[in-house]
Ligand binder design. Sequence first.
Ligand code: BG6
Ligand code: MG
Length: 227
Amino acid sequence: MQDWMVIYMLKAIILDLDGVVTDTAKFHYIAWKQLAQELGIEFDEVFNERLKGVSRMDSLDLILEHGDKKHAYTLEEKMILAETKNREYRKLLNSMTSMDILPGIPGFLMELRTASIKIALASISKNADYIVKHLNLEDYFDYIANANEIKRTKPFPDIFIKCAEKLVVRPEECIGIEDAKAGVQAIKAANMKAIGIGTVDQMKNADLILDSTVLLSLDLIKDTFNM
Ligand code: BG6
Ligand code: MG
């Protein structure tokens, strides 16, 4: 039988964290901006958009490049700078509570639980566990990927494939949810269906585009993907 003739059952939903479950971009922005100012680099919210879904060290490289300081620091110095930013960022995360979960997400997770659909978190953030604890969502996730164990970051599919393996499901039985272009690319490269949260322009490679997490529902997913 041809693969396209197979109808896969939906067994797992794999969510990105930043921009899907909660909005940490504002905290990243404050912490990076503070560090950048200390280094004499200015950047605004438009530039900050480019840091979404990008790893900590890659974000620092982009900021340094933006300030014409690409080659001004050794790797060791850059690691200290990234750690300084992370300390500030963690301080800001401390104020987070379940009130910071994006609209629609608690109900959606509950719906998945009731339907016995597995749930994983595919975030490249090394603070993912910490954030999930602050949001009081630990009990919802069957697996939370550890960014330290993932060799290639998004847009490579590694983190989504790891989640499917840990949940013991096939990639075709999973749907990934992302808000960053590189994240949607990673889901598609993992052979999963992708839901993009954002504008049509940003999310054009996603199979289903929603402009808000409030629209997420199991019925919509089943109807859209015929799973
Ligand atoms: C992503 C964010 O989820 O995690 C990026 O969108 C961030 O902005 C990246 O740089 C890494 O996060 P952390 O918490 O490991 O510094
Ligand atoms: Mg994201």
